[in-house]
Every structure is written in structure tokens, then in C-alpha cells.
Design a protein around this ligand. Structure first.
Ligand SMILES: N[C@@H](CCC(=O)N[C@@H](CS)C(=O)NCC(=O)O)C(=O)O
Length: 233
């Protein structure tokens, strides 16, 4: 059976990483049997040094993008068959907006934002033995800040980042409208991606200005609730 390797449950979700949730929901939407195993130590065994990766028939496949591509081909996934080629092109670009832009707002909102960092630190590092728990969290936080600065979003103020995040939430709310799924009555692989990011802001069990902003979009909140009732209850 396919093994999905992620970090493990956090904040009331099955994983703290949207990329792990993306693969998890994709597998569920595609009706493919799999086992989810959460363990931060997977990072040491990941072909690309990041999570998620999957193991299938002795092979490791890393990166959510290539995992979905691999699963679609090997298991003849038909989730996107009802999309027009224009909708498929839109889904490609929407995905990049979430994974290459909104993702960095999420990273900032957790690893840098002063009122949230203590929550993240306690969730991720409380189990570390002394003396590791004294210096590992701040070392990793420093690395994340450096990465954010190099990527560019780390140069923006919190107000600017919140407004960038909100542009994504507002756009998603408009695209979804009153439909059950982003491209109509049936789910597509883009729903795995949209839900993975929305849940990390909306469904998590803590409050900050980014999460609260996302929660102002009633249709997005209801969308997360519908998916959770069907796939995560
Ligand atoms: N492009 C990758 C991104 C995965 C990714 O960035 N994972 C992060 C967690 S959200 C990670 O593993 N970070 C650990 C690290 O960089 O050491 C994918 O789509 O799977």
C-alpha cells in the first residue's frame, strides 16, 4: 500500500504542512488506498529533504507536484477529466499563486509573527530533549527568517503581508462563489490544493490576524467544513 510520509498532526489538522494535506486529500478524492504516517524524522529520509514524499512499491517519490503527477499516471486518476483545457490552465496558475505566494505569507504568519511564534514553538519543539529545545527553535526560526528575506516576502511589513494574503483569500472566495467545489459540482485536483492552504488558515485551532482574515469569507469557511465533514470526520 502507498505510504504518505508527513510531519504529523498539529493545530487540529492531520498535518501542519499544506503540501502534506494536498497529497492526503488528493489520495482521498481519487479513492486510492494509502496509509498516512506522520513523523518529523521522515525529513532525514526524504529524497528532496522536504515533506511530503510517498513510498509506493519500494519507490520514493518526493514533492507534492510530482507525487500528484505520478499518482495520476500510475493509478489513472480521472479527477480533472471534467475540466476544460482552459480550466486546467487556470488551475495550474492558481496553484502557483497558492504555493509560491500565499505559502510564504503562511510561513511568515507562523514563524515570524510575534504573537504566533510561541504557539508554533510549543507545538513543534516541546518534545525536544534539553538542551536541544533551548537552541534548536531559535536556530530554525533564524533560518526561516533568512529564507523569507531571500525569497523577498521577508522584506515586507506585517501589514503588507496580511494584505497580500487577503488578496488570495478574496480571489479564492470569488472563484468559489456558491459552488460546492472550485470547478463546479465535482471535485478536481485543485480542490486538494485549495483546501490544503485554506485549512491551514481557517481550520487551525489558534487565532492570529491572518487566520481571522481568512475566516471573514463565509463561503471559504463553509467549503473547509464541507470537506472536513466528508473526508476528515
Ligand atoms: N515543493 C514542495 C514543498 C514542500 C515543503 O516546502 N515542505 C516544507 C514544509 S511546508 C518542508 O518540508 N520543510 C522542511 C525543511 O525545509 O527542512 C512540495 O510541493 O512538496
Amino acid at each position: 500500500m502507498i505510504k504518505l510520509c508527513g510531519f504529523g498532526s498539529a493545530f487540529g489538522l492531520i498535518d501542519a504542512s499544506p503540501f502534506v494535506i494536498k497529497v492526503d486529500l488528493f489520495l482521498k478524492l481519487a479513492n486510492i488506498d494509502f496509509e498516512f504516517v506522520g513523523d518529523v524524522n521522515h525529513l532525514k529520509h526524504s529524497p528532496k529533504g522536504k515533506l511530503p514524499y510517498i513510498e509506493d512499491a519500494g519507490e520514493k517519490i518526493a514533492d507534492s507536484h510530482f507525487i500528484l503527477q505520478y499518482l495520476t499516471k500510475k493509478y489513472h486518476v480521472t479527477l480533472d477529466d471534467h475540466l476544460t483545457s482552459e480550466q486546467k490552465a487556470q488551475a495550474t496558475l492558481y496553484t502557483k499563486a497558492l504555493e509560491e505566494s500565499l505559502y510564504w505569507c503562511l510561513v511568515y504568519s507562523r514563524w515570524v509573527k510575534a504573537d504566533t511564534w510561541p504557539v508554533i514553538k510549543a507545538t513543534f519543539f516541546n518534545e525536544l530533549p534539553v538542551p536541544l529545545k533551548w537552541f534548536i527553535p531559535s536556530l530554525l526560526q533564524k533560518n526561516v527568517k533568512k529564507t523569507l528575506f531571500r525569497q523577498g516576502y521577508g522584506r515586507h511589513s506585517e501589514t503588507e503581508l496580511l494584505s497580500i494574503a487577503d488578496e488570495h483569500f478574496a480571489a479564492l472566495a470569488t472563484l468559489l462563489g456558491e459552488q460546492p467545489f472550485f470547478f463546479g459540482e465535482q471535485p478536481s485536483s485543485f480542490d486538494a490544493i485549495a483546501y490544503s492552504f485554506l485549512s491551514e488558515f481557517i481550520s487551525v485551532d489558534f487565532f492570529n490576524s491572518f487566520n481571522q482574515q481568512a475566516r471573514t469569507y463565509t463561503n471559504l469557511v463553509q467549503y473547509c467544513q464541507r470537506i472536513e465533514a466528508q473526508y476528515y470526520a
